[in-house]
Each structure stands twice: as C-alpha cells, then as structure tokens.
Design a protein around this ligand. Structure first.
Ligand code: ACO
Length: 466
C-alpha cells in the first residue's frame, strides 16, 4: 500500500565544493597539450580538488551540517539517510555511518539507509530509495536525506582534466517544490567495462574514454526511448525535447553534454517530432536518416550537423544547467545534481510550472532518465530560499586558484595517503570557511578523525564517535 504523500521530491538542497581549484587553461599549458584542448575541446573552465585535509567524508559532514542549520531542520526529523558515492575509503563501513555522528548528538539513531554505489549513478539510486520510501507504506512521516559525495581524480593522462570534487545534500519529502513525475522513468542497465576501479590499492579508475563516451550516448538513446514511450502511454501524446523546459545531464565534462543534447535532437528528428525539428533542420539532418545506430555513434558529420541545428535549443534548455559542472568539474555522483543546482541558481525566478528532464549515467553501466515538475514551494522550502542558501556565486568566487604544479603535488601526496594508516595531516585550514569539517589524522587502526573549522572562539571536536 502506498503512503498518502503527494508531490514527493526535493524540498531543500545544499552544495559544498572544496576551496582549492585549478584553471583548465593553466593545466593545458602545464600538460603541454594544444591550447584550447581542455577549455574548448572538453568545455571545462575550472576543476576543484580535495587537498590532504578534505575527503568525501569531511565534505559530506560539512554539507549535511550546513543543510540542517540553514533550513533549521531538527536532526530528529530525519528518518532515512542515503548516500551515493563511488569514492571508496572503506570497503565495509558506509559513509552514512560517519554522518550518523551528527544525528547521534540529538539522540536520533533511528535512521534507515546505507550507501549506494555504481560509478556516478549512486546518487540517483540513493535519491530513488528515499523517494520510494516516502511514497511507501513504511514511511513514518519524517524526511529523507540524500547525500552525493565524490572526489574524482585520474592518473596522469587525457582523463586527468575531467576530475572534480563536491558533496550535495537533498532533503526529501512531500509537497516538494521539485517533485518527481514518477510515471515517466526510463532506465538502461548493461554490463560493460568503460570505466571501473578494480585496483583497490589506487583511487584512480581504469578508463576507456572513447568507449565510455559511446556507452553514455547509447544509454541516453535507450533511456529517452523508454521515457518517451511511458510518457506517450500515460499522456496519449508524443513527447519531444520541446516538452522539457530544461534538460539536465550527468556532466563528466561539458562537451559530452553538448553532444548529448544534440543526440536527443537527432532522436526527435528520427521520431518525426515537428515541435522540435523545423523544416530547415530536417533538411540538414536528412542525409543521416538511414544510418544504423552503430554508424550514427561514429559519424563525426552527424555529430557536427546535429550540434549545429540543436544550438538554439541548447542555449535555452541546457546552458543554464552547466555553470557548476564547468567550474567544478566532474563530481561523479554529485555532477547531475550540481547541474540541477545550477539551473535553480540561474532560473529560480521563472522555474515554477516548468518541467526538468534529468539524465543520470554511471559507468559499468547504469542509467535513468526521469523528470521533475517545479513549483514555487513554501518557505523555507521555496526555490528562492534554496537558491539563496546554496549561494553558488559566492562559493565560486571565494575559491583559491592553485597553480597546476601544486595540484600535481597534492595528487602525489594523496596517492601515498590512499589506504594508509598512522599519519597526521597538515591540519592547514587556512582556505576552509568556518563550519567546514577536515581530516586531522588516521590512527594505527585506520580510524579516521575529523574536526570542524571554528570561528576562532569555539571548536567542536568530532572523533570516531566516542
Ligand atoms: N582546441 C579545441 N578542441 C580541441 C583541441 C584544441 N586545441 N584539441 C583537442 N580538441 C578536442 C577534440 O577534437 C575532442 O573534441 P570532440 O570530442 O568534439 O572531437 C576533444 O577536444 C577531446 O580530445 P580527444 O583527443 O578526442 O580526447 P582525449 O584523448 O583528450 O580524451 C576523454 C578525452 C576521452 C573525455 C578523456 O578525458 C577521458 O577519458 N575522460 C574520462 C572518461 C569520461 O569522463 N567519460 C564520460 C562518461 S563516464 C564518466 O562520467 C566518468
């Protein structure tokens, strides 16, 4: 039996990304690649990274504490906490258990949920778990909380500029300003080796970059197809990208987002969607109508032609979603929701009544297309308040640009620290803002200890729960 909850979805959001970042333009020079390769070729501007005092646990502690404080949520009101992450710090102990410290303080240990992991998809799995719980008969009337937290780092080579780091927290409940249109979910799941992390001694993935791009586009086609069929069965009319006010993609790097939107446009062309594809564009795409799907993924001419005809719609439906992913980089599980945060930041005044289509992709592979219906919401869960609390512009501006040489030094240090025990960090919190959690040391039993940057007057100690 289902619960009585209506319009279940995201009530509130907060985002945290590390204050250290490297400019892609400077990285191009440092890496000795041709000018424009990372900035135009990949479409990225800036990349955030964790220094030795931050990790996925500290970022998630920071963002959860911040969300509860900023929206004035009593920790006792959380009944389910789900974490999505692909950054492995412990093969058994979930990140969720770390976050329980925040709730234990208030006496609330009655919180379901653990971590979900499959590459960049874990956050979506966590979100679905929370939404399904609120819509189910087991719901006890309290909020769900979803946390997506990842640090994306790559070995030296072409994938390195597609890193990033962030944590996002989303409060889940009924009567949400960002509510699920649950009937239209379309998924595509399959077994492939496009990006995976088989070496447990290393934080870096094994990645077949070209294959991962094709897998992403194939999954997109498949999800869109199922999504459209479900919509059409339910609504009795054709769905096209014209019915979406915004399309939000998992964003490993912006160029793939540009190609993905063009791919949806090409799908609409093949499906004869006259609302999307005008006569002139139809003529431009006509030479590619007979390609097999395999050929269509390899055709550079089709890629160029579809990007060109989709350009205007891209500007209105996708561009406003790209701010944080371009500035912070791939945040793995948090990437899709950082793109959602970007459109809320850019368009919160006009979003009410609109539809946002989301595409979640995790290598390996798992993928789903789903959609949100947006309304103004009521304070404190209004779009305006969400935008104000996330305060994206201020957080982006407050960052510190680090030279590539320093970034590489940090990565080298982290290679040694990954899986290590018995060390003390620099505890240098000079770049962190007040309220940010940081790693102080790891003891001889691999137990990790964190503290919170105080305002100079008081400091709250956080240990391993004792
Ligand atoms: N100016 C402008 N553009 C340039 C320049 C230049 N000087 N030099 C190269 N480019 C363009 C290329 O033409 C190419 O564009 P295109 O895709 O439109 O053809 C783009 O820059 C990338 O260059 P390539 O040489 O094709 O690719 P590269 O070997 O650098 O690798 C890749 C790029 C595959 C994305 C790599 O960074 C990678 O493996 N990243 C991780 C995998 C990934 O993110 N996959 C996505 C889905 S899975 C996930 O989310 C983790």
């Amino acid at each position: 039996m289902a619960s009585e909850a209506k319009d279940v979805g995201i009530l509130a959001m907060d985002i945290y990304f590390p204050p250290s970042c490297v400019l892609q333009e400077e990285l191009e020079t440092h890496d000795g690649v041709s000018k424009g390769k990372y900035t135009i070729g990949l479409g990225q501007e800036n990349m955030a990274f964790c220094t030795e005092v931050e990790d996925v646990i500290s970022m998630s502690l920071t963002v959860v504490k911040s969300l509860l404080k900023n929206y004035n949520i009593d920790p006792k009101c959380i009944g389910r906490l789900e974490v999505g992450s692909e950054t492995v710090i412990d093969k058994s102990k979930s990140i969720k258990t770390w976050l329980m410290q925040i709730f234990e303080e208030s006496g609330n240990t009655d919180i379901e949920g653990v971590d979900s992991s499959n590459a960049c998809y874990g956050g979506t799995a966590a979100l679905f778990n929370c939404v399904n719980w609120v819509e189910s008969n087991s719901w006890d009337g309290r909020y769900g909380l979803v946390v997506c937290t990842d640090s994306a780092v790559y070995a030296e080579g072409p994938a390195r500029p597609t890193g990033g780091a962030a944590a996002i927290a989303m409060l889940i409940g009924p009567n949400a300003p960002i509510s699920f249109e649950s009937k239209y979910r379309g998924s595509h799941m399959a077994h492939v080796y496009d990006f995976y992390k088989p070496d447990l001694a290393s934080e870096y993935p094994v990645v077949d970059g070209k294959l991962s791009q094709t897998c992403y586009l194939m999954a997109l086609d498949s999800c869109y197809n199922v999504f459209c069929k479900k919509y059409e069965k339910h609504e009795g009319k054709q769905f096209s990208i014209f019915d979406a006010d915004y399309v939000v993609f998992h964003s490993p790097y912006n160029k793939l987002v540009q190609k993905s939107f063009a791919r949806l446009y090409y799908n609409d062309f093949l499906r004869n969607c006259s609302s999307t594809v005008d006569e002139e564009s139809r003529e431009k795409l006509a030479p590619y109508a007979g390609l097999s799907s395999e050929e269509s993924y390899q055709s550079r001419d089709l890629e160029k032609a579809s990007q060109q005809v989709a350009k205007n719609l891209y500007e209105s439906k996708v561009q406003p979603t790209t701010l944080i992913p371009k500035q912070v980089g791939n945040m793995y599980t948090a990437s899709l929701y950082a793109a959602l945060a970007s459109v809320i930041h850019n368009r919160h005044e006009t979003l009410a009544g609109q539809r946002i289509v989301m595409f979640s992709y995790g290598s390996g592979l798992t993928s789903t297309m789903f959609s949100f219906k947006i309304n103004e919401g009521h304070h404190p869960f209004s779009l305006l308040n969400i935008a104000n609390i996330m305060d994206v512009s201020k957080k982006l501006k407050a960052r510190h640009v680090v030279p590539p040489k320093k970034f590489i030094e940090v990565l080298k240090l982290m290679e040694h620290r990954y899986g290590a025990k018995d060390f003390v960090t620099s505890q240098d919190t000079s770049l962190l803002s007040v309220g940010t959690y940081y790693l102080t040391h790891v003891d001889s039993k691999y137990r990790r200890f964190y503290d919170v940057k105080g305002d100079g007057v008081t400091t709250t100690a956080m240990s391993n729960g004792h």
